[in-house]
Design a binder for this molecule. Structure first.
Ligand SMILES: *Cc1c(COP(=O)(O)O)cnc(C)c1O
Length: 358
């Protein structure tokens, strides 16, 4: 606290990102990064963009990221004017809070969800009403329907984080058919690992915004590239905020890298398939050790052991330089969120846990 701070800074509760440990070779399963490198075309595209002396870096990047938006639009079968890009989907979500959520009615989101949402709500002074997941940790759409058109917006990840549970598209449509007065934001950070995407619905529902990221399924967390897909009027609102904040959110290398990643569909599909296979094996391995594992459609699993304290397990794993995520939060303090790594990393995790449990 300092007398030079603005009024709001003192009231913020900043998001705490997962640790980036200083160990030389940690088994790092705490921030849902992809265990595989991006498509080889990504490095070629970055080298090409740089040129021999990095001459291109003298120039500002395309403020509209036109080529990237066109590439991603083609991938999804939509138009470039239905695509917004930002510096990671966290930035996209921040602009959504400012551009599209009403402040006179509460924003609805689940009690257990991505912890950046309450952080943004405080930053942008958006009122919030959290709706509890059911006892299987599933989102209950009926609770949202009960508040349809009496909210300032609806926001949830699908699959949800940190549970990994996915909603069928029909459930999301059931809400969109009724809740027509506010924006419904579906954060699909993990959708490519087995859930159904709502992108195909944006032509039918002018209040649907779908948020994607290149950080997870495209292996580009280090490049910071995120997207929103929706009606051109929603995209225009986001651009108005963006151009009042930072006209160049994506640098030249990020635009080149992400474009190349979306052009290599075969690599993307193969990587997702590998992660999905490893996730099923990891789930079986954890269950064999006595864990309860929520069925996951993401690149992580959410698990608890009925006889072992989650914080103690996370600490014991850390001693072995195996890093998983533990949240000190009501309802989930006995759970661990474990990113699906390579098969070798998953084996090291299971071996580590076996040794600790014995
Ligand atoms: C990882 C994640 C994001 C943020 O992704 P970036 O594009 O890296 O900012 C957004 N939403 C959810 C639910 C996530 O898990």
């Amino acid at each position: 606290m300092s007398r030079y701070w603005s009024d709001i800074v003192d009231r913020l509760t900043p998001y705490v990102p997962g640790e980036q440990p200083a160990f030389a070779h940690p088994v790092k399963l705490n921030t849902n990064e992809n265990p595989y490198a991006p498509s080889p075309r990504v490095c070629e595209a970055i080298a090409q963009e740089l040129g021999s002396h990095g001459d291109s870096l003298r120039r500002y990047p395309d403020p509209t990221a036109r080529k990237l938006r066109e590439t991603v639009a083609a991938h999804h079968g939509i138009h470039a004017d239905q695509v917004f890009v930002g510096n990671g989907s966290d930035e996209v979500l921040a602009h959504v809070f400012q551009a599209l959520l009403k402040h006179d009615k509460p924003l609805l989101f689940p009690d257990i969800t991505y912890s950046f949402y309450p952080t943004y709500a405080r930053l942008y002074e958006v009122r919030v009403e959290t709706l509890p997941l059911d006892d299987q940790f599933a989102i209950r759409i009926d609770d949202y329907l009960a508040r349809a058109n009496q909210n300032g917006g609806v926001l949830f990840p699908n699959p949800n984080a940190p549970t990994g549970r996915a909603l069928p598209l029909a459930e999301i449509e059931r809400m969109l058919d009724v809740n027509t007065e506010s924006v419904v934001v579906v954060d699909e950070a993990y959708v490519d690992f087995g859930a159904q995407s709502a992108v195909a619905l944006i032509d039918r529902y002018p209040n649907l915004l779908v948020v994607h990221t290149a950080s997870k399924a495209r292996s580009l967390a280090g490049m910071r590239v995120g997207f929103a897909f929706g009606h051109p009027a929603l995209i225009e609102a986001l651009n108005r905020v963006k151009d009042s904040f930072n006209s160049y959110p994506l640098d030249r290398l990020a635009q080149a890298a992400a474009t190349a990643a979306y052009e290599d569909d075969a690599y993307f599909r193969a990587t997702c398939a590998k992660v999905i296979t490893s996730r099923e094996q990891l789930t079986e391995g954890l269950e064999a050790l006595g864990f309860d594992v929520i069925p996951s459609k993401a690149n992580f699993v959410f698990a608890r052991h009925p006889k072992h304290d989650a914080a103690a397990l996370a600490a014991a794993l850390r001693e072995k330089e195996i890093i998983v995520r533990h949240f000190r939060q009501p309802r989930i303090e006995q759970h661990l969120r474990i990113t699906v790594g390579t098969d070798d990393e998953c084996r090291q995790l299971l071996d580590g846990l076996r040794a600790i449990l014995e």
